[in-house]
Design a protein around this ligand. Structure first.
Ligand code: ATP
Ligand code: SF4
Length: 352
């Protein structure tokens, strides 16, 4: 279902909190492409910048967040490509409803407690397809509920009469109500137990097969992504440090941080892995370590890691479509900038 045709191209995106001397850069020079029909996972510890990236891309950054550089090119089904960062507020509103849906952390708690599920679903449909009659709206709402695995007779339930998993499914149904091309989910299942998380993500991937939308799925649980996504990007200290097809990252993680993340969560399927965790804590964005930002925690650090920032690049001698930012994997080509912001000369490649 996934194609090599780009839907969303994030290029050299930087997001700061605050201005001038007080600014803290939470997303640094991120370049990432989401292809049409693809499920792309974004993983990293808390504070690595995953949500900031999602908010920056969709222009929902709360103050004092500001996009300080880069572009976010969206390729619609028809018509010319657009830079989301250059859109007027009116264009952006239209785009958000017609093309994209966003489910943020804790979204299931944003259902209105005093309205039945049916009313909330039909209200969304009515607001954006005003010409649809009442009966057609109800029929569409029933169809959406069934699609996300909830019996249509729960239409008359209030949110408190549904389990957390069911409420989250309702939110996903709402997110898909207008048949978006781009669905961004930021830790939508973290409040649920691990079995329910997997059920919901599995169902989302099935729906993607049928409806053809693309998903950017954000979580700190890399093992969840390995099972369900086509490709995974790993974030550390606001940067992408590795990206690869999911099966490849699972079989041979190249960056020691990816390896650490994989060994931090138990896998439900496949061979057992020893759980080890990652020593130390994530970097303080106000004073990033010199060299490789991961070096204070890296068990495999080399001397140069303490002073010289590696660049995100295709590793030499490794097949497939992968990029990694680590001195253990010398580059065959470079992309973007060194971690200290210096322009890198080389053979530029895309991240997809
Ligand atoms: P989590 O999984 O906990 O949501 P995350 O990877 O999504 O983490 P972000 O929430 O994007 O990370 O945060 C990235 C960095 O930006 C963190 O260091 C955080 O402290 C900082 N940050 C986030 N929001 C603000 C804010 N409103 N003001 C200042 N700094 C912020
Ligand atoms: Fe570890 Fe060095 Fe690779 Fe950074 S560049 S992840 S410190 S080996």
């Amino acid at each position: 279902m996934s194609t090599a045709e780009p839907l969303l191209e994030i290029k050299n995106l930087c997001v700061d909190y605050g201005l001038g001397d007080q600014a803290v850069t939470a997303v640094r020079d991120v370049t990432l492409t989401l292809n049409r029909g693809e499920v792309l996972g974004l993983a990293g510890e808390s504070g690595s910048g995953k949500s900031t990236l999602a908010y920056g891309v969709t222009r929902l950054l709360p103050p004092p967040g500001v996009v300080s550089a880069g572009s976010v090119i969206y390729h619609p089904r028809s018509g010319p490509s657009v830079d989301l960062l250059g859109m007027t507020p009116a264009q952006l509103r239209a785009f958000r409803w017609a093309e994209t849906s966003i489910v943020f952390q804790g979204a299931m708690n944003s259902l209105n407690p005093v309205h039945k599920v049916a009313t909330q679903l039909t209200d969304v449909i009515k607001a954006h397809e005003p010409k649809l009659g009442a009966a057609a709206r109800v029929a569409r709402a029933r169809q959406l509920l069934t699609m996300v695995g909830i019996a249509a007779d729960r239409m008359d339930s209030y949110p408190h009469q549904l389990s957390g998993g069911m409420r989250q499914r309702v939110m996903i149904g709402m997110a898909l109500a207008l048949e978006p091309q781009l669905v961004i989910m930021d830790e939508p299942t973290t409040a649920l137990d691990v079995v329910m998380q997997r059920q919901i993500l599995g169902q989302l991937v099935e729906l993607r097969e049928r409806l053809g939308f693309s998903v950017l799925f954000i979580t700190h649980d890399l093992s969840l992504l390995v099972e369900f996504t086509d490709r995974i990007a790993i974030m550390y200290g606001g940067q992408i440090v590795e990206q690869a097809p999911s099966a490849e990252i699972y079989a041979t993680p190249l960056h020691p941080y990816s390896d650490g993340l994989l060994h931090s969560f138990p896998a439900l399927r496949g061979p057992r892995r020893e759980l080890a965790g990652i020593p130390g804590s994530p970097p303080d964005l106000r004073g990033m370590p010199p060299g490789c930002p991961f070096h204070p925690r890296c068990r495999r650090a080399l001397e140069q890691c303490e002073t010289q920032p590696p660049v995100l690049a295709r590793p030499a001698g490794v097949g497939g479509n992968r990029t990694v930012s680590c001195w253990l994997h010398p580059a065959s080509a470079t992309i973007g900038h060194a971690m200290n912001g210096d322009q890198i000369l080389g053979d530029p490649v895309g991240s997809h």
